[in-house]
Design a protein around this ligand. Structure first.
Ligand SMILES: Cc1ncc(COP(=O)(O)O)c(C=O)c1O
Length: 443
């Protein structure tokens, strides 16, 4: 008799971000390309690349083979010894990054990549304060959960790391200053400058910013925002850490989302799409300036798995795939498909307040009052029992074979960037239908 894996997982696996009793487990038995199949043989289209991470889909044979080849050479060599595959990947990152970068600290995920970046910034500046934004997620570890702006920080994870401060967001749909771009003159960036001055300009080590906010609602800053952030960081010698963990590797139609602006960060952190999730890997890529500093200053940081060869093999093979199979170009081609269809959907549904995104990652923000734009769900409901309105829309889509994740008031639509126009439209038709649920709750 088949084991009851759902019950087994429920009994023995500690589920993330949840009280365990009411967790429902659906074991998945297979995944290929943009699809996965559950234990009951039901097939789903993966419309958010799992956690916006399996960027080129599941079971890619080229990446699998690269991992197997490395496994047959050796699976592990200590970070203190050299590993050709690690050297090759580190060099490759300097070739694909938008600016002058040299050294990479490798780790095993996004949170660690950010922690490695904050440490580098602190040593480099000899300052300790770090500013991130309220509408953000940067990971679940000591520093990174403190950097996080959303309820995952202040629900049980405080007090946090000393010196972390939060700034307002470039969230035009809900502008913190109730202004409109471009008349606002990028007040949200100027507010960060003021914050640095108020805190004492010599005490601020770094700004940690998602280039386009991911899980907190696909918030795309307006033109000129990061050019101004660059000027502010230069003015006060603050290190700008660009958290590309979710945004990088084609997601927004560029290798790195920051390429949508004309500004180079000092440190780029990445994970997820770097290996398409095939093996866990985080990377903290440092500019020439920061790399030079550590020639004679100790980088007081490390980990057993820093630069794990299997992960580096997956990383190198993934980048090759993005380049050779023109996956970034495919994400670009899908942008007008999403944009057009989602705007039609917005017209047809009063509960859709805003649709926004780039490339192959789009947010659909739901509201429950079409006049006041009151969000369909709030931060306070993040850990409340029972599904929220966006949660119910998501569940309806899942029932109909389309899987994606949602957060607070926004549906996060981000299929693997290998999908076709037809597949995007098919997924969006299912979303369209399910939005009747949120329409019923909208005044
Ligand atoms: C922008 C961003 N940074 C950091 C992280 C943390 O990455 P990880 O879960 O690999 O630690 C995430 C995870 O979703 C993320 O979206």
């Amino acid at each position: 008799m088949e084991e009851d894996y759902a019950q087994m997982e429920k009994n023995y696996v500690m589920r993330t971000w949840a009280a365990q009793r009411n967790v429902k487990v659906l074991p998945i038995k297979d995944a290929e390309g943009a699809y996965f199949t559950d234990i009951n043989d039901k097939k789903y289209m993966d419309f958010s690349s799992q956690l916006i991470a399996a960027n080129y889909g599941h079971k890619n044979q080229k990446v699998n083979q690269a991992i197997i080849d490395q496994l047959n050479t050796y699976s592990y060599i200590a970070p203190g010894l050299g590993a050709p595959i690690r050297a090759k990947l580190a060099k490759k990152l300097t070739e694909i990054a938008p600016g002058n970068y040299r050294k990479t600290f490798f780790s095993t995920g996004g949170a660690e990549a950010n922690e490695g970046g904050v440490k580098a910034a602190k040593y480099y500046t000899n300052a300790f304060k770090v500013i991130s934004r309220y509408t953000s997620y940067h990971g679940a570890l000591g520093i990174s959960i403190s950097l996080t702006g959303d309820p995952r920080r202040y629900t049980k994870n405080e007090p946090g790391y000393p010196g972390v401060l939060h700034a307002v967001d470039p969230y035009c749909y809900r502008c913190p200053f109730k202004m409109t771009y471009p008349e606002c003159n990028l007040l949200c960036a100027e507010a960060i400058r003021d914050q640095i001055l108020m805190e004492g300009k010599d005490t601020v080590a770094a700004l940690v910013l998602e280039p386009i906010v991911g899980s907190n609602g696909v918030i795309v800053p307006p033109p000129g925002y990061y050019e101004r952030i660059r000027e502010i960081c230069d003015e006060f010698d603050v290190v700008w850490i660009d958290d590309e963990v979710m945004a990088g590797f084609g997601r927004f139609g560029k290798m790195f989302a920051i390429e949508h602006w004309d500004a180079s960060p000092d440190i780029i952190t990445m994970a997820k799409g770097l290996t398409g999730t095939y093996v866990p890997l985080g990377a903290t890529l440092m500019s020439d300036k920061i790399s030079d500093f550590f020639e004679d200053n100790i980088y007081v940081h490390g980990a057993t798995y820093a630069g794990h060869p299997l992960a580096c093999a997956a990383g190198l093979a993934s980048i090759k795939l993005y380049e050779e199979e023109k996956l970034i170009e495919n994400a670009q081609k899908l942008e007008p498909v999403f944009e057009k269809r989602l705007n039609e959907i917005k017209e047809d549904h009063k509960s859709v307040g805003d649709v926004r995104g780039k490339g192959c990652f789009w947010g659909v923000e739901l509201i429950k009052d079409s006049k006041t734009h009151e969000p369909a769900s709030t931060r306070d409901e993040k850990f409340a029992p029972g599904p929220t309105i966006p949660g119910r829309v998501q569940q309806e889509c899942f029932k109909n074979g389309i899987f994606f994740v949602q957060m607070i008031s926004t549906l996060l639509l981000a299929p693997p960037i290998i999908v076709s126009k037809e597949e995007v439209l098919k997924g969006l038709d299912v979303v369209d239908e399910a939005l009747k649920i949120s329409d019923k709750e909208c005044k």
